[in-house]
Structures are given as C-alpha cells and as structure tokens.
Write a protein that binds this ligand. Structure first.
Ligand code: ATP
Ligand code: MG
Length: 170
C-alpha cells in the first residue's frame, strides 16, 4: 500500500533530512515511526501526502506514483489519505462542525449526509457538545480530537497521524 524506494529529501540549502529511505507497508498494517526530535518523521509524512517532493527516489501509495503527481492529481491522493497534523491546522474562523465537514463538502456530499456523518464522528471523539465552538475556544486535547475526527470522517484507506496523542489522556 505504501512503498518508498531510495528516498532522499533535503530542504533547500540544508543537508539531508532523509537519506536513503526504503520501506514497504502492506495494507492493514499499523506502523509506528519513532525517532528523536529532528529525525525526519514529519518530513516523511509530508512526502506521503504530497506536501513535499523528495529530492530523489520513488514513492508509491495505493498504486499512485506520488513522485510524479501533478497538482491537479493531488486531490486523488488526498482522498485516500487522512492526515492528523502535528500542529492540527484547524481553520480558526470555522466551527468544529465546519472544520470536520469540509472534506465531505469537497467530495460533493449532500448537507444532510454530511451533518449525520460529522455528528457521528464527533460523538465518537466525545465532542458532540462542542460542535458549534471555534477551535480557539477548545483545549489542546479537544483540538487534537477535532483534528482526528477530520482525518477519519471520510473513512480514508490510509491514516497518517503525526504525534496524534500528544495532548490526549488515556
Ligand atoms: N521547512 C523546512 N525547511 C528547512 N528545514 C526543515 C524544514 N522542516 C524541517 N526541516 C529540518 O528537517 C529535519 C527533520 O525535521 P522534521 O520536522 O521532519 O523532524 P521530526 O522527526 O518530525 O521532529 P519532531 O519530533 O521535533 O517533530 C530537521 O533538521 C529540521 O530542521
Ligand atoms: Mg515532527
């Protein structure tokens, strides 16, 4: 499902952030990526959802050659991949409901179905009472749970989560 072959990544003007990464993650696997701060974990994730291009090497995700993806093809990859960002990236001017609904809106879901699905996922996260709040009125852990809900809402094939439990209790 996820394959990397001899992937190198260096940010402009810097040394290598990733050097010669080769790995294969089959369907159904649950994989932890560990390493010290600055080791390149977030960089690897960004390569997997197409936010960054590798300097060299090949990345294939569910049959899509990410290395060769054009910007107009990027949405096809993004639909397969739900991302929980290390810094959440919630939209501050939108409510919890609107933040989580956005993916489904872009996918063309109807309003009724969106509301039903979003409510279901927010309930799973214990956030149904915060549905009309904006992110800045939430605690860190609540914001993180909204970010999780947003990544799960369209049941993507792949979920990439960058330190997704840092602010959560058990
Ligand atoms: N936008 C950027 N421009 C230049 N260098 C960057 C950029 N983002 C990350 N780096 C560098 O790449 C290396 C890997 O960073 P990355 O964010 O992938 O680490 P990480 O393993 O996720 O660390 P942490 O555990 O602190 O989140 C670091 O040395 C960092 O300074
Ligand atoms: Mg990181």
């Amino acid at each position: 499902m996820i394959q990397l072959h001899n992937v190198f990544m260096s940010y402009q003007g810097d040394g290598a952030a990733l050097s010669n990464v080769t790995l294969k993650i089959p369907k159904g696997e649950f994989v932890f990526l560990t390493g010290v701060s600055g080791a390149g974990k977030s960089t690897l994730m960004k390569l997997l959802y197409g936010a960054l291009r590798p300097t060299r090497g090949q990345i294939v995700i569910d049959g899509i050659n990410v290395t060769k993806l054009t910007s107009s093809q990027l949405p096809f990859l993004r639909r397969k991949v739900g991302v929980v960002f290390q810094d959440f990236k919630l939209l501050p001017s939108r409510t919890v409901l609107e933040n989580v609904a956005l993916t489904l809106e872009v996918m063309g879901w109807g309003k009724k179905d969106i509301n039903k699905r979003v409510y279901h996922v927010l309930k799973q996260m214990g956030l149904e009472h915060k549905i009309n709040s904006t992110p800045l009125r939430l605690s860190g852990g609540e914001q993180q749970r909204v970010a999780l809900a947003r990544a799960l809402v369209n049941e993507p094939k792949i979920i990439l989560a960058d330190e997704p439990t840092g602010n959560l209790d058990e």
